[in-house]
Design a protein around this ligand. Structure first.
Ligand code: SF4
Length: 730
């Protein structure tokens, strides 16, 4: 029954939560309002300019953005609290964040109990001297990692240039942990690692399919787009082990009818095993081969290559193999194929449920195969969308913040920069961790992020943070990774937020839109400057220039406008970024739709099919279940609410099918021990509509269950593991 406002049901209480955020920011209410009104959201990569977007009329705002607001308005942290690192480390990351913003450079040496405040001159002298020493010995023993916490394109660009000027190709971003598999696969298949269509296409689609994605939690305004798409006749399908409540029905607070009665979302559900999507996609394509119109023959012949190899492979694969590897029946795969045929304008959307596996690249290649088979790239109301959870991750690698670059790109940069960048492939973020833990990195420069809570294998991460002779953290907030004792020296350098950077900055959204975010006036017209915090790009330029002084002008940028001018020359897709200087200024590289002319960005101009198959070693043994990690009300590893308002579940809950629970003598709500090959933890079993054989637990709390296991093609970690479960105390 539909009760007004979903009263009595499990759902977000948006208006109450907004009131909580307003109260939280009451000491900086005017500044908080100006950030919302004028800034580009620093949450996910859906993208805004102030409270508007380019897809719909009306307000674009969600609780993710509101929950992040306090990071931008909070007062400075008292540097004295950092004197005892061990005591702080015991407090947990939520408490550490609550201490306030970094406002002063801090230094800790090996053997000291904590940090002491120093001035910028001492900090930059020390960092420059130590980096110069590393460079003299071997510059490739330095690594640079940048997270995605609101970091703009200008900072990513400067960081990768600074790293290469220093002499190391080891530069990477947090996208390695979420969508690296998408970037690699899309490049191989289509030539560009980005969504092929615009959000406006969602409103014209016949069908929108979500694979391993929970947009109501992670990109909430997407649901508003879905509300309008449904009104215009689109249908929604979900391929996932868990029937996500937020994708069944959602209450969009800024649409009156939806706020009162809710919007019904998905009509079509396809249950697959965790990691079974690849086989499900192959089975769907196998079924399409025999359906009239199942293959977009003209498109495939005109614009692709290697289709016949894939066709032969699919025809030769027995249905029984596809059923056992996907967890779905042949009938279900045929049902999905029929749906695709009935709804030609289809948008395929995916998230980390597909990418965070050892076969993540292959799975995304399978989704590309399906998209090509259906002729989706370039078709109005259709396309392929790796939806991005963080505002920095699309632009970061596009402006060069990635360890592997093609020779032609390096040649172009050498021409623009006036120096020769290192040619060898660099280490991805996960490779940097391995190298640092093995003692092969002497200088580790980390902008934002918290490896301890975002990456499996705590013991290895602690070693990776401990061993480098100098570790530099540039950040706005304190986290546990900073508190790991150094073998020699650790520096904490206070950074500005994106709204505090003079000259303004840009980000690139999931739909390839490069958007300008102006500096936000603070008690007057000037941008805020908290204590001694400085823009990350400025500090990178100063320190690295001093570590390698020749040629002196290499890292000499007057302001962010000068950086944008150079990006326009260094990255042709970004030509036009140099003209962005006012709120609302933006453009989409590649236009509204990529490949509309049927030409792809590959060397041949044709998109490439790839033969991909599920890994052979994924079958579960008797008694095993496959655990995957899930997000609740959080942003990256920052948990904003202990109870997920969409599911009603707590952070310590394990989602389990009732049959799997009863088969183990476990009752709903009972404490259980979850054992993986590397560790065990206690959780509370909750019977949920999840496919038998699969369980889910909240991340990062369940992180210690995960082994260190990487996709060999992308270096992306697998965030799942096979487990055994029994009653606690049994
Ligand atoms: S949906 Fe994403 S971009 Fe939009 S307001 Fe929310 S966090 Fe920001």
């Amino acid at each position: 029954m539909r009760t007004p406002f979903g009263l009595g049901q499990t759902k977000p209480r948006h208006y109450l939560e907004m009131a909580r955020v307003a109260w939280q920011n009451r000491d900086e209410g005017g500044y908080a309002w100006r950030i919302l009104r004028d800034g580009v959201c620093d949450g996910c990569a859906l993208g805004t300019s102030g409270l508007r977007d380019w897809t719909m009329d009306g307000v674009h705002l969600c609780m993710v953005r509101l929950d992040l607001l306090r990071l931008n308005t909070m007062p400075a942290l008292d540097p004295a609290v950092l004197a005892d690192a061990e005591a702080l480390a015991a407090r947990g990351s939520t408490a550490l964040r609550g201490l306030g913003r970094f406002a002063h450079p801090m230094l800790r040496r090996a053997g000291e109990p904590g940090f002491r405040r120093i001035g910028w001159p001492e900090a930059t002298d020390l960092a420059a001297a130590r980096l110069a020493k590393v460079r003299q010995h071997d510059p490739t023993r330095a690594a640079f990692f940048l997270t995605s916490r609101g970091i703009p394109n200008e900072t990513y660009y400067v960081a990768q240039k600074a790293a290469r000027f220093f002499g190391t190709p080891h530069v990477d971003t947090a996208a390695r942990l979420c969508h690296a598999a998408s970037t690699v696969a899309l490049h191989r298949s289509l030539g560009f690692g980005a969504a092929t269509n615009s959000y406006t296409d969602w409103l014209d689609a016949d069908l929108i399919v979500f694979f391993g994605s929970n947009v109501p939690n992670n990109q909430p305004v997407t649901v508003k787009y879905l509300h309008y798409a449904r009104q215009r006749g689109a249908e929604i399908a979900v391929v996932n082990p868990y029937r996500e409540p937020g994708l069944e029905r959602y209450w969009v607070p800024s649409v009156p009818s939806s706020a009162v009665f809710g919007t019904d979302l998905a009509q079509h559900w396809f249950a697959v095993d965790t990691g079974g999507d690849l086989a499900f996609l192959n089975g769907t394509m196998k079924a399409l081969l025999d359906l009239p119109g199942g293959v977009a023959q003209g498109f495939v012949e005109r614009s692709t290559e290697d289709f016949t190899t894939v066709e032969a492979s699919l025809r030769g694969t027995p249905w029984s193999d596809l059923e056992s590897a996907s967890g779905a029946s042949r009938a279900e795969m045929e049902r999905f194929a029929d749906l695709l045929c009935a709804k030609p304008k289809t948008i395929l959307v995916w998230s980390m449920g597909l990418t965070q596996h050892r076969h993540g690249v292959d799975t995304v290649l399978a989704i590309c195969n399906l998209g090509l088979m259906r002729g989706l790239p370039g078709l109005p109301g259709a396309g392929l969308v790796p939806i991005r959870g963080h505002s920095g991750v699309q632009g970061g690698s596009e402006v060069g913040c990635a360890p592997v670059t093609e020779a032609a790109t390096l040649d172009r940069w050498a021409g623009v920069w006036g120096f020769e960048p290192p040619r060898g492939p660099g280490l991805a973020a996960t490779g940097q961790i391995e190298a640092a833990a093995d003692g092969d990195i002497d200088a580790f420069w980390i902008l934002g992020g918290n490896f301890l809570e975002t990456t499996p294998n705590r013991e290895r991460i602690e070693r990776a943070l401990h061993r480098p002779e100098i570790r530099i953290h540039q950040d706005i907030l304190l986290n546990g990774a900073m508190l790991v004792e150094p073998s020699d020296t650790v520096l904490l350098l206070p950074a500005t937020t994106r709204y505090e950077i003079p000259g303004g900055v840009t980000e690139t959204t999931t739909e390839r839109r490069i958007v300008y975010s102006p500096p936000i006036g603070y008690r007057g017209s000037e941008a805020r400057r908290l204590g001694e915090s400085r823009p990350e790009w400025e500090v990178l330029c100063e320190i690295v220039s001093r570590a390698r002084p020749e040629p002196a002008e290499a890292l000499d940028f007057a302001d962010t406008g000068a950086i944008r001018n150079e990006i326009a020359r260094a990255e042709p897709r970004y030509a036009g970024i140099e003209h962005l200087e006012q709120k609302g200024d933006q453009f989409q590289w590649g236009g509204a739709r990529l490949f509309e002319d049927g030409r792809f960005a590959t060397s041949s101009g044709r998109a490439r099919f790839h033969v991909v198959a599920p890994p052979a070693d994924r079958a579960l043994e008797e008694g095993e279940l496959f655990l995957s990690t899930r997000r609740g009300r959080q942003f990256n590893s920052m948990v904003h609410q202990a109870q997920d308002p969409l599911t009603g579940l707590d952070r310590s809950d394990l989602l389990i099918n009732a049959d799997d629970g009863r088969a183990r003598g476990i009752a709903d709500g009972e404490r259980v021990v979850v054992k993986s090959p590397v560790s065990q933890i206690e959780l509370v079993a909750r019977f949920q509509p999840i496919k038998a054989g699969n369980v889910e637990a909240h991340w990062p709390e369940c992180m210690e269950l995960l082994p260190w296991s990487l996709d060999p093609d992308s270096g992306e970690p697998e965030y799942g593991v096979r487990v055994r479960i029994e009653r606690a105390g049994a």
